[in-house]
Structures are given as C-alpha cells and as structure tokens.
Design a protein around this ligand. Sequence first.
Ligand code: FAD
Length: 476
Amino acid sequence: APVIVWFRQDLRLADNPALSLAAASGAPVIPLFVLEEGGRPLGGASRWWLHHALARLAGSLAALGSPLVLRRGEPAAVLDALIAETGADTVLWNRRYEPDAVAVDSAIKAGLRERGLTVRSHNAALLFEPWEIRNKSGDPFRVFTPFWRACLGAPPPPRPLPAPVSLTSPAKPVTGDALDGWGLPPTKPDWAGGLREAWVPGEAAAREGLLDFLDGPVATYGGDRDRPGIDGTSRLSPHLRFGEIGPRQVWHAARHAADARPGAAPGVDAFLREIGWREFSVHLLHANPGLPDTPLDPRFAAFPWTDDAAAAGAWRRGRTGYPIVDAGMRQLWETGWMHNRVRMIAASFLIKDLLQPWQTGEAWFWDTLVDADAANNAAGWQWVAGCGADAAPFFRVFNPILQGEKFDPDGAYVRRFVPELAKLPDAWIHKPWQAPPAVLCAAGVTIGRDYPAPIIDHALARDRALAAFKAVKGEG
Ligand code: FAD
C-alpha cells in the first residue's frame, strides 16, 4: 500500500528522514503538502517564499518519479480523504515545534494509529530534540551559554542522509491543486520585485549558499557578522526556516570546512553558535507555548506601553530620522531580510525609544521577513525587550547613532538603503540633522524635506523608557 510523506517545514530531498524511510520501503510514495487552514496565517513575504520553495520541491520530486500532491484544508481531513482515495497505510512526517502545530500533529497521529495506520515522525529541523537537552534538574535551559555547552557536550548530531535516488509512484495518479491557484505570491500590487532580486528559494540554492559561505566569509565571520555593510553572514535563515536545508547538513559541512581550513575554525565555531541560538529559540518555544505574544518575564505584562500609531508607522516605513534604523527597515521592506545587528537596533528603537509594545514589531517582522519564524522572531523580540529568557536587560538601551558609527563606520549600509543620504560624509551619515548647513547643502540634503528630522530625541526617549521600566520593576 502507498506511503504518504507529509511535507511541512522540510522542503528538501536530502537529509529528510521521513522521505528516506518512505523511499527505502519500496512502496509507492505520495508526497503531500497541505496549505493549512487554522493557526497563525503566514506573512506576505513567507507566502512568496513558500510558493517558490514548493515549485522547486515539486520539480525535484517529479524528477525522482513521484509528483508532489498539493491539497488545501484541515490536515486531518485532507489526510483522511487521501487515505480513503489511495488505500495508503502509512503516514510519515518530520516534526514541527510550534505549539498549535504540535497539537494538530499529535491529534492526527493518535487518530490514525487508532485506525490501525502506521504513523512515524522524525527530526529534520533540529540538531537536538527539546527533550534531549536538559539542565541538571531535568528542565529546559533558560540561559543560552550552559544550553550550548550541553549541546556541544552531547553526542554529535547524526550525519545527514543522502537524497533518495528514485521513488515509486502510485499506480493511479493522485490529483491535487495547481500551485498557481493558491495565489501565494502578491499580485495587486506585486511588491515582490525586491524579493525576486535578492533571493533564490529552493534546496539547490540553499546548498550552494552554504558551500559558498563556508568557502569564504566564514573565516572572518566572528568580526564581520556585526557589520551590516559587509555580506559577512550566511543568509541561510529563510532556507532553514522552510527546511530547504537542515541544521545537521550545516553542522557537518561546517565542521568539515574547519578541518579542511584550520584558520576558519574560530569562524566556524562562532557560526555554529548562532545555529545554536536557533535551537535555543525552538526549545524555548516548545517549553513556553505563549512565547510569540506573552512576555516570559510576567512583570512586563503591566509595562506602560504607549499607543502611537504615527510613530509605529514611521518606524515601519523607515522614516524615523535615525539612518541606521531607517536603513534596516527599508532593507526589510525591499528584500524581506534585515541584518541581525540592525534587527536589534531597530527593535530596540521601537520598544525603548518609541515605547511601542514589542508585539507590534513582532507582527511587522512576521509579515515582512522571508525568514519569519515563530520561535526565532518571538525570542529575538523578547530578548531585545528584556522580558525573554537570557535577555538583554531593559535598561541597556541601544543608542542608534553610536551603534551606526560603530558597526557601519563608513556608512556603506546606510548609503545603500537610504540613498538620499548617500553623499553625506562619514562623520555625519549617522546624525545628519547635526551636520553643518554647508555640509548638508553640498550633499543635497534638506532635513525635513529629503529626509526626516528625528521623530524623537534619543536622550529624552531613553530617560522616558528607563522611568517606565522602573515603574514596572517596582523601583519608581
Ligand atoms: P547567520 O549569522 O549566517 O547565522 C546562521 C543561522 O543561525 C541563521 O540563518 C539563523 O537560522 C540562525 N541565527 C543566527 N542568529 C540568530 C539569532 N540571533 N537567533 C536565532 N537564530 C539565529 N531569525 C529567523 O530566522 N527568523 C526570524 O523571524 C527572526 N526574527 C528576529 C527578530 C529580532 C528582533 C532579532 C533581533 C533577531 C531575529 N532573528 C530571526 C535572528 C537573526 O537576526 C537571523 O536569524 C539572522 O539575521 C539571519 O541571517 P543569516 O542567515 O545570515 O545568519
């Protein structure tokens, strides 16, 4: 009888345990993707990515001999219908960790097993399962450094599986939806031009991206990873998010690169540590289902956020008057991605300078990031807000001028995404409103006309944030 392989966040052939098991069974394989109803709707940038990821996956599966079946609806009902149609007796998948997805998957597994079907789930998304890495009391870690130490001390993750070389297709073709009919990419208006220019979704591009990164930039990753003007990071985040590549593949390829090029070893360690932060976020979400909207530190539930739609709107559009913040927000809007250092600066600005709830920023990132991920996004926002696990303390407020000067010293990043400031000299690129009139004139910039004046004075905003924070901590 046929075996159904339910693809979800593992849109690849290599190192895909569910697919490998199905291929090895020799039975006909029905690869399935379900556009799910229910749960948090995907953001716009994620919908664009998913469309292209599915198109590539469908091409690869067709080449192996078994086309991808697309269906839409509640997964339990979709699976029931497919089982009834095809007589499949086995359903295989790789696990997901978002609480609502875990609930859906557990209910389906129990229901199908009750009816005598074989159901197996596997790990394809993590180096270590959340239940494998625990502290001495058997609880999930809440601090990153000991968490990562425990990961590095555990037996290394298994070597990645090769992609199957062929699949048996069911005797009778299985019908499904046409991908284009799902309307995942934007049409009216089509705002995805910047995404198309910046990215190639799919397993092949993910693999190539990893190898290119390990051949070059990884050697200087330790220092360059904080420089948004340099392409110093891997840009694997959307590929990891959709499972076009898995962390075991990254781990073993990176270790191999370090062995082959000893000079690159410190860079490899620093890079794998960031993969470790991804693991940490997923483990945190698994242990704290409320992570995407509820502060882990309960004192923050009473934080006196302000409600300033105009300020939040200026932040979203990249018109705060702080060049490093605006460059980041425009990079996000144009390319669906923002450099990690700038994510921290822009998030801090929204939360601490503008006193907007971190959930407002989380929601915008969710909609606009191609790598929008329930665990990493929420953990990132809670970390910056100071209410997360192992978070930056609230009283540490990023100064957007000093951050810009330190991490984008030649203004290369600001010039790329805020072109109206491109002609300003380095000395003023991060504080254009303080530049002498002659300098502004020479650069062709009138503050308030070509580029906004700061929407808030950072020093005053910082005092306001610290006062609000004191009230929450009961120290006011
Ligand atoms: P690299 O530096 O090459 O790192 C390799 C991989 O490690 C990344 O692809 C990513 O999977 C993981 N990683 C790196 N940094 C982090 C981190 N700080 N936390 C968790 N994982 C990390 N990352 C997402 O994947 N999705 C999100 O929705 C997301 N939202 C964020 C929101 C905020 C407010 C902040 C501060 C960070 C967020 N991050 C998120 C983490 C980080 O910014 C991105 O993973 C990183 O910028 C991706 O670029 P890269 O692939 O070149 O990273």
